[in-house]
Unconditional design. Sequence first.
Lengths: 675, 313
Amino acid sequence: MPLAELDGSLLAAGIWGLAAAALLAALPVRAATGPLSSASRAAIARMLAIAASLALALVGGLGLAGITPAPLEWWPGLPGDPFTLGADALAAPFLMLLGILSAVSFVPKQQGASLALHAGFALALAAAFASQHALLFLLAWEGMTLLSAALVAHDTRSARARRAAFVYLALSQLGSAAMGFGLLRLAALAGSFAFSDLALALGRMAPNDAATIVWLMSAGFIVKLGLVPLHVWLPLAHPEAPAPVSALLSGAMVKAGLYGLLRFGWQMPGAPLMGWGVTLAVLGTLSALVGALYAVVEPDAKRLLAYSTVKHAGLLAMALGVAATLLRAGHVPLAGVALAACMVHMIGHGLSKGLAFFSIGEAVHAAGTRDLEKLGGLARRLPRLSVSALIATLALCGLPPFACFAGEWLLFQALILGFSAGAGVLRLIAPFTAAGLALATALSAAALAKLYGIGFLGRPRSAEAAAAHPAPAAFEWTLIALAILGVAWGLGAPWAVQALASPIAAVIGPGFDAAALAGYGGFTLAIPPATFASISPISVAVLIALFVAIAFAWATVLGYRLPVRRAPSWACGITLNSRMQYSALGLTKPLRLIFKPVLRHEREVEVLEEGSPYFARKYRYRAGVPHIVERIAYQPFVQVVFWASEQARRLQSGSLHLYLAYVLVTLVALLMWAR
Amino acid sequence: MNAALVVAQAVLLIALAPLLNGVIAALKARLQMRRGAPVWQRYSDLARLFHKESIVSTDASWLARVTPYIALGASLAVATWTPVLLAENGMSFAGDLVMTVALLALVRVLQSLAALEAGTAFGGMAASRHLALSALAEPALMLAAFTLAIAAHSTDLSKISRAVALAPHGWLSPSHLLALAAMWLVVVSETGRVPVDNPVTHLELTMVHEGLVLDYSGRHLALLEWAAAVRQMVLFTLLANLFLPWGIALEPGAAALGTAFAAWGGKLLVFAIAVAITESVTARMRLFRVPEFLGMAFLLSLLALTSDSLLRG
């Protein structure tokens, strides 16, 4: 079929285009492309990358429409099967999301090593989603981690960035080790690297072996998805990378963990394992709560967005876990509803979080600081950028009719109907999951209101924020286009669910048709049969617009349409200054005090220089919220490791005779063991 | 016929919203041995505000001017699918219980952002308290909604109303009464009534919800006040017609509608009396005692859910 061949060539164009862009950006100055300056080489590389990303997005879109490309084959010179790349039904939405975000991420000016690493990172992500070969998947996974770690540490002078890259690499390698071990063992048992052969082998294996492999691989994917307690790298690493790369990290790489869970935890084994769903649901609820709570008390703008990613990753895991639990309990239609929630939210969150990192990242870059306590007044100085930032913020709060609402609504419906229909485990977890989801959503709304309200509204709190200059117009208009796309995804949620019918069917099987969730030809999102509830985001938007128009006309018809007068804010008669506004710390103080048993924020005041007995000359004030998971899980572990190494130091006495004795004893022991 | 009824119901709810505030104020005045303002006072206030000039801070962006319209639009949208006289509402395809809660959250977030626009301390204070208390009220509200939806097998407001109206003694079940108690506490918090917040306070340091409108004047303030009145009316109507739907019209018909109107008015009057007595007898609680109040609401709704699952088997 000609469309399938076109699709195949689009996929090839996408992959090779990104590779070419990376190479072109990475070439040293004195290369064969002498006449081109490094700036124009970077511009050409960026154009190439944008075109390649759009080709990938098109491949994903065509995959959703049912047109899958013929698999691409590439012989890397290794023995065995060639590396195969293809965009099947499950990979299509992920490729589409990656293509869109990647295309936007190359629009701002970048050059040199950053651009090369960025293009390489996008290439690794594309290869991971499109791979049909286990070894290629592993290589792409590792490449993804290493290239993004290099980008996280790109500002090598910052100790914070170096520490972030270290924690990121440590945890990711732990996850990759688990995942790689499981995958390679499966490939060894199957005798081949192709995904189809792996699926057959999993079906033929003994249940215990299959379970071990699936759990190992799931552990690796959970690290990448960023679920508690393995999420500590996310708030450290995502803020340190440049803003376009952060958007790809939060928007696309976190979804790679979800892709792995769907592919290797559900689709390949045929059905999810017992306890897999419940574990994911519980970890998801905890992640949502932890992410939202720490976002509330975070003063750094980009780290706040990273905690929000943890919250939404928790939501995705919740939806996936609930779907798996419902399927095991035998309720296939409800499992389909929860899975539809997961997929719709995956793309909605990807678009919104990408837009948030792009716009807010650019705004804090223009203002010169990431600290919310020094920002403010950016809405009047960067009008177009702040519109995108506002839409992204409102969408991430999970408010209708924006992009992240439909997934939450579908998940609530699945929980409510699952509670009344299900038995056992679901009866226990559904109320707490629903309450946890509601609390996490409300807390993250508070955190995001803090982000936009303190960062963009009011008066600038520092000279750098007052001097913020707008970004290039091309980038600002691209972000407005991405914002419109996100709003369209939210308004057209019924059509979006219909479009995601083939990926959902690829995972859950033929027992559920996602197109049944859209009623009245697509105007409403409804749970069949018609006795259950329905919503219509587009009708709600039309209603609100209608009432706004009526209110506006009413205010005019009353005849006294006085123009709005501008006047300075009233400051009780004293000169207005920027210190009179609320700070980020103060805005969320009630929540910080209410959640004190969990947050345990610390405050330390130290007198550095004594003056008189009543007034010191210099103080040092330190306040902070240590992360609960680090306090409970990681610090004891680190302390044990240090204690063990202290004990091991006793072996290092410095005496050569003792070291020779160690060698002799080890040799004798090995010889006895090998016999 | 049905479309006209839908429009008429929505207009009724919107038009009578300020009257509910007036009735509560008149009852409080009586209780406090004052003459008080007439019940139509709120309408005169709104008319006066519409004719006044609207002043916006020089530090505010376009969001401050747009928020009153969107707040009113979203509140009115919620009013269209609330069951007022008829249990079956033609607009239920557009929104259900979860959409209602989410639209109220949209208004809350936009109003908090608008309060930070002028860059004054009182706006920030109101925004911070509003966000904190609403965040705690959400889980209690969601669980109470959960309990209702499980009993009726749907989150559709019409279906819930009809299911509770048709069940012979459904409203007497412990889960229903516990959910009603939890919902009452949440509604008191969301509408800013004593003991969570004093709606007639003049002291900015004690304001929780009223502080959000301190920087508004003229027609913008009128729109925000009307939106708040509509939201209060919607929440009380939901309490009346979802938990205690006696008298609601199951089929459109003149007699049924007349009964439904009288029943609705009667229930709202009972709620108004309860609110007036509470406001005259109790004092507003300390801000950091309100989480305990909302925690009690959460516990009640959790108990409602547990008793529902225990009694259902």
